[in-house]
Design a protein around this ligand. Structure first.
Ligand code: FES
Length: 196
């Protein structure tokens, strides 16, 4: 459970993290699930939490920090409860991904990826190809891929998470206008490289 005021991990989470290496052939493989547990508790990865993960796994702190900074799945600053990972690589860009990003920003009321919506619910990020180019433009939200995006589909997803759509009929009617594609195994999003 997210505890925004905490900066370090509780004893029971550290115990869980210490048990992880035994589940993998290479103990280093435990670093991502360990960071996941840390982030789930704190909402984002504080320097103290990364140090604690490194100590619990007996890994070099620089290695743990390197993993945390490589994947945009991990956050070093507070983020919204729901984060849009919008792919803006070539296939998605050719099919309107930049307009989708503009719509997301406007709909949640933020101008940059390091900002969180006023209600604390949403933030967004542009990411590299998520391996579902045939369904462009697409994104990941709440551990699920969403395909063939439109402004209406974005509005529906936001309304659902704000609890604005109350009845099954309302949700179904909206979903019929903005269908989701087949489920693919979500790939950990990679940060978009800064423009040269
Ligand atoms: S370019 Fe967007 S999923 Fe591949």
């Amino acid at each position: 459970m997210k505890s925004p005021d905490k900066t370090a991990l509780s004893a029971h989470v550290l115990d869980e993290i210490k048990e992880l290496p035994a589940k993998y052939p290479q103990p280093r493989s435990a670093v991502m699930p360990a960071l996941d547990l840390a982030q789930e508790e704190l909402g984002h990865l504080t320097p103290a939490a990364m140090s604690e993960v490194a100590a619990a796994l007996q890994l070099d702190p620089g290695y743990v920090e390197g993993v945390a900074t490589f994947y945009s799945l991990f956050h070093l600053e507070p983020v919204g409860k729901h984060r849009f990972y919008v792919c803006t690589n070539l296939s998605c860009a050719l099919r309107g991904a930049n307009e989708i990003v503009d719509h997301v920003k406007k709909a949640i009321g933020v101008g940059r990826s390091d900002q969180v919506s006023a209600d604390g619910l949403f933030s967004f990020e542009e990411v590299e190809c998520l391996g579902a180019c045939e369904f462009a433009p697409m994104m990941r939200l709440d551990h699920r891929y969403h395909y063939d995006l439109t402004s209406e589909a974005i509005d529906t997803l936001i309304a659902e998470r704000r609890g604005v759509l109350h009845t099954r009929g309302e949700v179904a009617a909206k979903a019929a206008k903005a269908p989701e594609g087949p489920v693919k195994k979500p790939r950990a999003p990679r940060k978009k490289k800064a423009d040269a």
